[in-house]
Design a binder for this molecule. Sequence first.
Ligand code: PMP
Length: 338
Amino acid sequence: MYKYLREDVKKLKPYQVNEIKYKIKLDANEGIDWMDGLNKYPDDTCKSLREKLGERLNRKPSEILIGNGSSELIGYIMNAYLEIGETVLSIWPTFSMYEIYTIINKGKYRKFPLKDMVDLDVTAFIDLAKESKAKLVIISNPNNPTGTVISMEDIRRIISSLDAMVILDEAYIEFSDLPIEDYTREFENLIVLRTFSKAMALAGIRLGYMIAHENTIDCVNRIRSPYNVNTLTQDVGIKALDKHEEIDKNIEMVKSERERIRSYMESKGYRPLPSQGNFLFFKGTKDLGSKLANKGVLIRGFGGELEGYYRLTIGTVEENNGFIKGFEEVLNETEQSY
Ligand code: PMP
């Protein structure tokens, strides 16, 4: 949406790459090929990948922007829209990079706590967004690290009530029961972010994308770094989009493992939150993380107000069994030490 665009970015034109057909290409100071044509800069606008994704999503390529991971796109969106001192509102707890990107962009970050780390009081959230004149509202749905979800009905209420850009970060949507449908044609102030890092299990290639009205894509594209997505990543991304079956099988496996590990944790007296991501979030003892790490099992611990909370990623059956084994040992050792 042009309305919310930073004033100085309104005058900015995106970096233009020559797209004229050629026989001999001597316009970009590229070196001489010695490895698989990688001497050439990548396709700047990721044309083929956007076309393929567009077919999958039933969107025009002009409604999609590709990033070096969805993290890069979060930064770009703030670059494009946030003036110094303007407010970014999110829920708490959530993905820590939202606050970091806000600070980098000299914005003011406000957090609205989820009730018992699960439920969102939508009316109060909307009130705070209005009161703080939030320019950007960013929501991870399902939410990292809690795994909890906000219903699409509530999300729609937030988008339609606010005079702000709403960024819906759907990094984990494939693991959830939420509809994989975006409402970017209905709401011009909505940006949907997705990634290849989670359900597609390709975090190593760094690939994410945003879906939005084409005016919004134009806005964010103005501040995008040239050639932000490398050639190898674009190629793998395109190939991956044809591998539905393997990916769907993995998602189903993760979902059923998530429930198995949840039952196990509950049988041990722990209470993981109702997660719809590929992870479980729970409260443990302060030293659980370090004790597990001593056994070679890494889970994510948190500090500050989340001290004692942990996020466990759901892996393969073998990896999860490895976690259970390590966890059992830690529990037994703790009992013996009393
Ligand atoms: N959004 C959320 C909610 C995340 O948890 C993550 C990764 N932890 C990202 C975005 C970033 O993903 P990527 O940059 O790998 O696409």
